[in-house]
Design a protein around this ligand. Sequence first.
Ligand code: UAG
Ligand code: ATP
Ligand code: API
Ligand code: MG
Length: 484
Amino acid sequence: MKLKELLHAIPVKQLEGSLDVDVLSICFDSRRVEESTLFVAVRGVHTDGHLFVATAAEHGASVIVLEELPDELSSEVTYILVDDTSYVLGLLATNFYGDPSKELKLVGVTGTNGKTTIATLLFNLFENLGYHVGLISTVENKIGERIIPSTHTTPDPIALNALLRDMVDDGCDYCFMEVSSHAVVQQRIAGLRFAGGIFTNISHDHLDFHGTFDNYIKAKKKFFDDLDRYAFALTNADDRNGAVMLQNTFAHKKTYGLKSMCDFKAKVVESHFDGMLLTIDGHDVWVKLVGGFNAYNLLAVYGAAILLEQETVKVLTAMSEIQGAEGRFEVVRSRNEITGIVDYAHTPDAVENVLSTIRELRAGNQQIITVLGCGGDRDKTKRPEMAAVAVRMSDRVIITSDNPRTEDPLQIIREMEAGVDAKDKKNVFTIAERQEAIRAACHLAQAGDIVLVAGKGHEKYQEINGVRHHFDDKEILEQTFNEQ
Ligand SMILES: CC(=O)N[C@H]1[C@@H](OP(=O)(O)OP(=O)(O)OC[C@H]2O[C@@H](n3ccc(=O)[nH]c3=O)[C@H](O)[C@@H]2O)O[C@H](CO)[C@@H](O)[C@@H]1O[C@H](C)C(=O)N[C@@H](C)C(=O)N[C@H](CCC(=O)O)C(=O)O
Ligand SMILES: Nc1ncnc2c1ncn2[C@@H]1O[C@H](COP(=O)(O)OP(=O)(O)OP(=O)(O)O)[C@@H](O)[C@H]1O
Ligand SMILES: N[C@H](CCC[C@H](N)C(=O)O)C(=O)O
Ligand SMILES: [Mg+2]
């Protein structure tokens, strides 16, 4: 591709070198630069891409996009000075891949909890309605039946546009994707055209990255600020910040909720461990998911489907058949009638929601035994809060490890324990080895009791010091149940 074509709509401040240059690939990591690569220098959390400009030139970069020119310029390289390289990287990626988001209907889901669930449900719903669909999510990316492993909730702009291009070439009509707050701040979605945006809720998470809750709200809101007037913006009216999200959007605003006056309304009529009866906009529908929070997720899915001009009856019929995402309230039963639940709850709000659902569903005085840990190198302030909620709402809690990464697992556990009141300590155990913690919970449980294993959901690893060791909560629950 010629550089000139790539620069369409790019806000260039200064150009040093020729425009008549070939670009064979684009990247933002100097270690990936090859002959005729366009390298974008991005300022990151750990280092600054500008430090690798000379290396990129040595490795054959034909073009370098940056915010600051180096003292010495190479005559082999065209330098493009811009104000914001992260933003420009997004635009360049869309140009390089021929603007794929304009060739299908792309819907983004943002919020603290429920993104994977809603994006996956929408993917399953639209496949069920007969469309060819793409999915971009924490668990996996998909093009129809084809699975492409996922590394992030929202990929970097190059991977993202490459994926969208693949979807378009494969004939996808729709793509449903998660938009994480990191992705908004780092401009991974710059230049994409969304047919719609959905807001789930906002509560405590990722304060390590955003600093304050206010910044976290602003990050989510920016996704809606940037939607165009042809898009829809669907928000949860029952969330305290639901309305704020749409304050400055050009998109047409729609609301959903169980409590407030809304465009899309639902009620939970019955709830069981294997499903719920909902009334959605006056129609009864049995669904396979459980929990009040999933009533919100399903209602958002319904609203989005209607805004995407699908027929009500077809949508509701398909909704009664679809499954949620892997590792979200997955139930495993033992021969002696213990109910195991694997769930990805990794915020105080999610732990509270899952436990209140379990409390509503239990028939009598069965015990709830919760196993949970908190991730290392991530938001530390949620640690005591997650432990406090778990202890308040369970009969017993086993605190354990969940991806300690580069931190000392025992230190993370101590920070969780700080959230436990002295009077509750007798119901709390600490077993740092996650496998032993799950096994102990199963052995403590008696017929009818419920063991909740929270925090890892679909994850198949325990990450310790940069190494991912195989680990699967569901597998261990099943093994332990089989031995009992
Ligand atoms: C904190 C964070 O978001 N980090 C992301 C960020 O990396 P970074 O800021 O640390 O980059 P850096 O190491 O400082 O490097 C700065 C720049 O120098 C470049 N560089 C670096 C070294 C070198 O030799 N040459 C070179 O050119 C790098 O390529 C980069 O462009 O930009 C990278 C490229 O997009 C991401 O892969 C990386 O995600 C890391 C792996 C990560 O773990 N991110 C998590 C926190 C994340 O993004 N999570 C969200 C939400 C999760 C959820 O709640 O579901 C997600 O969307 O997944
Ligand atoms: N609408 C909701 N409100 C509150 N909690 C929810 C909601 N939906 C799901 N949860 C809880 O949050 C957990 C994570 O759900 P999900 O994976 O759908 O969220 P996510 O937003 O994709 O998370 P991530 O930020 O890790 O990508 C679930 O396992 C469940 O415990
Ligand atoms: N995807 C989320 C949740 C991971 C949950 C937990 N298993 C952990 O490792 O902290 C994150 O990156 O914050
Ligand atoms: Mg997710």
